[in-house]
Design a protein around this ligand. Structure first.
Ligand code: NDP
Length: 254
């Protein structure tokens, strides 16, 4: 493996929740970070400060992953950001950004469905495509799925369908990008206490107890659990893992 001692990793949705903890875990592993945010510029700046306190370099760029028409301009902004880090290429990409929708299958509207396609499938698909010239050979790509692509909880048909599609996409990317030594995997978190879904797993005590009751390790996940799992998959020693789905759920619904 030729991953440099300070690889540069781009994390979409790095301003809060799982993406922020991935950024901090990777920074502890020596990565410099470019993170994106959609609206929370202040939160993104706070994450940058934490990364810099760990001795690593970090920049933040705005990005709406639901708007693929903006990707060419984003790529140009990213080139400029990499130049500020004295680099030309990324060694890692984590497609993490996202928001959910909660509706039963019967009540899901085409508008809700289209939003899930745009954020969770079309976004990672075409953003990764647009970034191919900026991905170094032997780079790592990690696509964030969900435990909900393996088990089914009513209310997530549209969201979970996109995550299932991302898992298939990851295998195709792993196959087609292997010629350049690029590894592509999927990380599927279980239910994690973040702002996601209005903060339901964190703030709804009944839901939090339910998650704990169906989880082998007996609690809902914390964002740090996923930050650590993502960093582990990006380490040089994990370089023989590609095209795989790894679930980090504390053993939900085993
Ligand atoms: P949060 O709501 O805590 O954070 C979401 C992050 O994504 C923020 O940085 C937000 O930016 C960004 N974001 C949201 N929508 C967009 C968009 N359209 N374009 C660009 N950025 C966007 O969520 P989590 O950290 O919990 O979730 C992160 C990922 O993990 C998602 O893909 C989610 O589906 C997945 N996941 C989450 C689980 C959970 O239980 N939390 C379980 C399984 C998977 P900003 O701060 O600027 O708004």
């Amino acid at each position: 493996m030729t991953i440099p001692s300070h690889p540069i990793t781009l994390i979409t949705g790095g301003s809060r929740g799982l993406g922020a903890q991935m950024a901090l875990s990777l920074a502890r592993d020596g990565h410099d970070i470019v993170l994106t945010y959609r609206e929370a510029a202040g939160a993104a700046q706070a994450v940058l400060a934490q990364i810099q306190a760990l001795g690593r370099r970090a920049l933040a760029l705005p990005l709406d992953v639901a708007d693929a028409s903006g990707f060419p301009a984003f790529v140009e902004q990213l080139r400029g950001a990499l130049a500020r880090l004295s680099a030309t290429h990324l060694n890692g990409l984590i497609n993490n950004a996202g928001a959910g929708t909660h509706a039963s299958f019967a009540e899901t509207t085409p508008t809700q469905f289209d939003a899930m396609v745009a954020i969770h499938l079309k976004g990672p698909f075409f953003l990764t495509q647009a970034l191919l010239p900026l991905l170094a050979d032997e780079a790592r790509v990690l696509n964030i799925s969900s435990g909900l692509a393996r088990f089914s909880i009513p209310g997530y048909a549209a969201y979970a369908s996109m995550k299932g599609a991302v898992e298939v996409l990851s295998r195709y990317q792993a196959k087609e990008l292997a010629a350049r030594g690029i590894r592509v995997n999927t990380l599927a978190p279980g239910a994690i206490a973040t702002d996601f879904g209005g903060g339901a797993v964190r703030d709804n005590a009944e839901l939090n107890r339910f998650v704990a009751s169906v989880t082998a390790l007996g609690r809902a996940g914390e964002a740090e659990d996923i930050g650590g799992a993502a960093a582990a998959l990006m380490r040089p020693g994990a370089g023989w893992i590609t095209g795989q789905r790894v679930e980090a759920s504390g053993g939900m619904f085993l």
